[in-house]
Write a protein that binds this ligand. Structure first.
Ligand code: MOS
Length: 748
C-alpha cells in the first residue's frame, strides 16, 4: 500500500505544507534560459587558457620532452612539464611543504595512456591547443598491463572492501554449499564504464595577490579547499572554492584530479586568471571510471528456495599507484537472510587511470551478479523470482543483526508486480511473442545504504519577511536547491517563494562532499535544525518583548504560519516576522546550526530498498534488445519533492539501461589505449532507447533514519536494473547473458 507520510518533526508549524509537493526546480528557469553559469562560464577579466598534453604510451618513462617549438609561438605564456615543475614550485609556493611529492609532474614515469605530462598556457584556447600539439615527446616504452585476464596471477587482497575486510565469513559457507539440495555456480562480469556527465571537468583559477579563488566543477567544495591549503601551503582564509552548478557528476567529480593543481600552478606562473576545460577524450583517461569486475557467485539452497549459503568472490582492477576497490560485495552482506556467507575481493593492478566511485559503486555491479544468480536459481527450483526473494526476506539486517530503521521491500515487490502486470509473465523462455519479436519479463531487487554526514547551515529571516538559508553544498542536478528551499520554508513557516537557498561556495557554512546519495539527508538535517532554531529564536524574541502581543504567553500556545506568530486559540492575537523585526530595528535575524555529534553505536540498519520490473523485446535474428516497458518501485523514506525524486529514479534507471545494453569502455589489449573515448563509440542511451518509465514511491515514515526521515535516492535507481534486463532477456530467449553489456553479438 502506498502510505501518505505525515509531515513528521515539523514542530509548531501547520502551514504551508510544501514538503513532498512536486515543486518545480527553483533553478529551472535559470538552467533552461542559460542563466545558470557553470564553472567554465564564470565571466573573467584578463583570462588565459590552458591545455594539458598527455602521454601516448601506457607504461614507461619519458626520455625527453622537446618544447622548443612552443616557447616562442605567438600567444604562448608558459609551459610546464616534469622538467621544470620541481624547480618552479619553491618559488611559486614558498610556504609549501617541499618534501610533499603529491603534486603531478614530479618525475618522468608513465602509468597510463592519456596521463597528463604537461600543461601549456596561452592567450587563446586555439593557441594553447595548437601549442600542445607541437610538443615532441620521446619515451622508453614498456609493455603495459591492460587486462585482468592476463594479469590474474598478480591479484592481491586490498586492505578493505568499503567497511569490510577483503575476505569476510559468516557461518560455514563451504560446508553449507556442499550439503545444499541445490547449488548454483556462475561467473558474471561487468566492463569498465565511464560516467560521462554532460558538463566536462572545468576549472578557472583566479589569483588576487596571495588569495586564490577556484571555480571548479566538483562534488566536494570543502575537500578541494583543504587540498589547496595542504598542497600549496596557502592559509585557509586565502582560499575560496566556488561551484554553483554542476552539469552532472555521478561520482567522477570528487577526487581531485591532476588538471586541478596544474591549472592553479599555471595561473600562479603566468600571473593571470587561467581556465582549463578537459576534452571528452581526456575525460576518458584522467577522471576515473567504473572498474571492470569478474564475480563468482555460488548459491546453496533448499528445495523450497531457502538460501543456505552465498559465496560472492571476484576481482576488479585498480591503477599502478593506488588501490581503488569497486565494492561489489557490499550489498551481498545484507540483502537476503542467509546464515552462511563468504565474500572476498581482490585487485589487479593495470596501466589505467585509477577507477573511482560511479553511481552506486558496488551495488550497481554486485547486484548484476547476485540478482542474476537468483533468477537462475528460480529456474532451477521452479519458483517464481519474487516468491524466491520473499522466502529469503531479511526481517532484520543479517549483517549487523540490527533492526532496519524502516524497510518496505515487500510493498515494493507487491506494488511493482501489480503495476507491471507480473502475473502475465510466462516463465518459460521463448514463450511470449509480439509478431516476430521475442518478449521477456524480468525483475530484480534494489538497495542502497541511507548514509549521512555532519553538515552546517545558516538561516536568516529578513525584515521583509523573506528568508535565506545557506550551506556550501552542491547542486549537481539532483534538485538540492529545490528540496532545501521546501524544507526551510516549511520549518520557518514562510511561503516557499520567499525563501532562497544558497549553496556552492566555501565562504558559506561547511557541507560534506556530495556522494553516496547523502546530500539531502546530511544538508537537509542541518537546514531543518537551523530553521527550527531560528523560528524558536524569533518566538523567544516576541515572548520577551513587552511591546509584542505575545509577551509572556506560554511557548506551547504560540504557532507560526505564513510568516506570522499568533496564539493557537486566538489567532487574531499575534504579529508578523516583519513587524517584530521592524520594531526591534533589525534588518535580519540569524542563527547557525552544526549537526555534528559524538558518534554512538548504531541502533538501526539504514537502507533504501526497491524493486525493478522490465519487459524487453528481442529481435530473434539480429539479437537487438529493446526495453519495452519499465516499472520501478522504491521505498526511500520521506520524499521531499515528488517531481525531483521521480527524475532521480528515472535517471538512475536510464543509466542502468545503459549499463545493461550499451556501455563499455574498450582498451587496445596491446597499447593500453582507450579506443572508444567519445560519445560516438561509447554508447549511452538516448531518448529513443528509453520507454516511459513508471515510477512508484512508497512513502516511509522513518523516525530512526535521521531527523528528517529521508533516505538518499540518487543511486538506488541504477541498482538491479542490469540484472532485471538480463533476466528478461533470458525469459525472452533462453539465453543467459552473464557478461555486460548485453549486445546483439551475445544474444544472437
Ligand atoms: Mo556518487 S558515485 O556517490 O557521486
Amino acid at each position: 500500500m502506498i502510505q501518505e507520510t505525515k509531515s513528521t518533526n515539523s514542530g509548531t508549524n501547520a502551514a504551508p505544507k510544501v514538503i513532498g509537493k512536486p515543486l518545480n526546480r527553483v533553478d529551472g528557469k535559470l538552467k533552461v534560459t542559460g542563466g545558470a553559469r557553470y564553472s567554465a562560464e564564470i565571466p573573467q577579466e584578463n583570462l588565459a587558457y590552458a591545455v594539458c598534453f598527455d602521454s601516448t604510451i601506457a607504461r614507461g618513462k619519458i626520455t625527453d620532452i622537446d618544447t622548443s617549438a612552443v616557447e616562442n609561438l605567438p600567444g604562448v605564456l608558459g609551459i610546464i612539464t616534469h622538467k621544470n615543475l620541481p624547480d618552479l614550485l619553491p618559488s611559486l609556493f614558498p610556504n609549501r611543504d617541499s618534501t610533499d611529492n603529491s603534486l603531478p609532474l614530479q618525475d618522468s614515469n608513465i602509468y597510463h595512456s592519456g596521463q597528463h605530462i604537461g600543461i601549456v598556457i596561452a592567450e587563446t584556447l586555439e593557441q594553447a591547443t595548437y601549442a600542445a600539439s607541437l610538443v615532441r615527446v620521446s619515451y622508453d616504452e614498456e609493455t603495459p598491463l591492460v587486462e585482468i585476464e592476463r594479469e590474474r596471477q598478480s591479484a592481491y587482497a586490498p586492505e578493505r572492501v568499503f567497511f569490510k575486510p577483503a575476505k569476510f565469513v559468516r557461518g560455514n559457507p563451504e560446508e553449507a554449499i556442499a550439503s545444499a539440495d541445490v547449488c548454483l555456480e556462475e561467473t558474471y562480469t561487468t566492463p569498465t564504464e565511464h560516467h560521462n556527465p554532460m558538463e566536462p571537468h572545468a576549472i578557472i583559477a583566479v589569483w588576487e595577490g596571495d588569495k586564490l579563488t577556484v571555480h571548479n566543477s566538483t562534488q566536494d567544495n570543502f575537500g578541494l579547499k583543504q587540498f589547496l591549503v595542504t598542497n600549496f601551503g596557502i592559509p585557509e582564509a586565502n582560499v575560496r572554492v566556488v561551484c554553483k552548478f554542476i552539469g552532472g557528476a555521478f561520482g567522477c567529480k570528487y577526487i581531485i584530479y591532476n588538471y586541478v593543481p596544474l591549472t592553479v600552478i599555471a595561473a600562479r606562473l603566468v600571473d593571470r586568471t587561467v581556465k582549463l576545460v578537459l576534452t571528452r577524450q581526456q575525460m576518458f583517461n584522467v577522471v576515473g571510471h567504473r572498474a571492470t569486475t569478474e564475480q563468482q557467485v555460488k548459491l546453496g539452497a533448499t528445495r523450497d528456495g531457502g538460501l543456505t549459503a552465498i559465496i560472492h568472490e571476484g576481482i576488479s582492477h585498480t591503477s599502478i599507484l593506488e588501490d581503488f576497490v569497486e565494492p561489489f560485495t557490499n550489498g551481498t552482506h545484507m540483502m537476503y537472510n542467509c546464515p552462511n556467507l563468504l565474500t572476498s575481493q581482490q585487485l589487479v593492478r593495470l596501466n589505467k587511470g585509477t577507477p573511482t566511485y560511479m553511481r552506486a559503486p558496488g551495488e550497481a555491479t554486485g547486484s548484476f551478479a547476485i540478482e542474476s544468480a537468483l533468477d537462475e536459481l528460480s529456474y532451477l527450483l521452479k519458483i517464481d523470482p519474487i516468491e524466491l526473494r520473499l522466502r529469503n526476506y531479511a526481517d532484520i539486517d543479517p549483517d549487523s543483526n540490527l533492526p532496519w530503521s524502516s524497510k518496505s521491500l515487500r510493498e515494493c515487490y507487491q506494488i511493482g508486480a501489480e503495476k507491471f502486470g507480473w502475473l502475465q509473465r510466462n516463465p518459460k523462455p521463448c514463450s511470449m511473442k509480439d509478431g516476430r519479436y521475442l518478449v521477456g519479463m524480468g525483475m530484480a531487487s534494489s538497495t542502497f545504504p541511507a548514509f549521512s554526514m555532519p553538515a552546517t547551515a545558516k538561516a536568516y529571516i529578513l525584515k521583509d519577511g523573506s528568508a535565506i538559508i545557506q550551506s556550501g553544498s552542491h547542486e549537481m542536478g539532483q534538485g538540492l536547491a529545490t528540496v532545501m528551499t521546501q524544507l526551510a520554508a516549511e520549518n520557518l513557516s514562510i511561503p516557499v517563494e520567499k525563501v532562497r537557498f544558497e549553496l556552492g561556495d566555501t565562504n558559506l557554512p561547511r557541507a560534506p562532499l556530495s556522494g553516496g546519495s547523502m546530500t539531502t539527508s546530511s544538508v537537509g538535517t542541518a537546514v531543518y535544525e537551523v530553521a527550527q532554531a531560528l523560528k524558536a529564536k524569533v518566538v523567544e524574541l516576541a515572548r520577551n518583548d513587552l511591546d509584542s502581543p505575545l509577551y509572556q504567553f506560554p511557548l506551547t500556545d504560540i504557532v507560526v504560519e505564513n510568516g506570522r506568530l499568533f496564539l493557537k486559540n486566538q489567532p487574531q492575537i499575534g504579529e508578523t516576522y516583519t513587524s517584530l523585526l521592524t520594531r526591534h530595528n533589525l534588518e535580519k535575524i540569524e542563527t547557525e546550526y552544526n549537526t555534528y555529534s559524538q558518534p554512538e553505536a548504531p541502533k538501526f540498519a539504514k537502507y533504501a530498498f526497491g524493486a525493478q520490473f522490465v519487459e524487453v523485446r528481442v529481435d530473434p535474428d539480429f539479437g537487438e534488445v529493446r526495453v519495452n516497458r519499465y516499472t520501478g518501485v522504491f521505498a526511500c523514506g520521506r520524499i521531499l519533492n515528488q517531481k525531483t525524486a521521480r527524475s532521480q529514479f528515472i535517471g538512475g534507471i536510464t543509466m542502468g539501461i545503459g549499463m545493461a545494453l550499451m556501455e563499455e569502455t574498450v582498451s587496445d589489449p596491446n597499447l593500453g589505449r582507450i579506443i572508444n573515448p567519445n560519445l560516438g563509440e561509447y554508447h549511452v542511451p538516448v531518448n529513443a532507447d528509453i520507454p516511459d518509465i513508471d515510477i512508484h514511491m512508497i512513502q516511509e515514515n522513518d523516525p530512526h533514519v535521521n531527523p528528517i526521515g529521508t533516505k538518499g535516492i540518487g543511486e538506488i535507481g541504477i541498482t538491479g536494473v542490469a540484472a532485471a534486463i538480463a533476466n528478461a532477456v533470458y525469459n525472452a530467449t533462453g539465453k543467459r547473458i552473464r557478461n555486460l553489456p548485453i549486445t546483439p553479438d551475445k544474444v544472437m
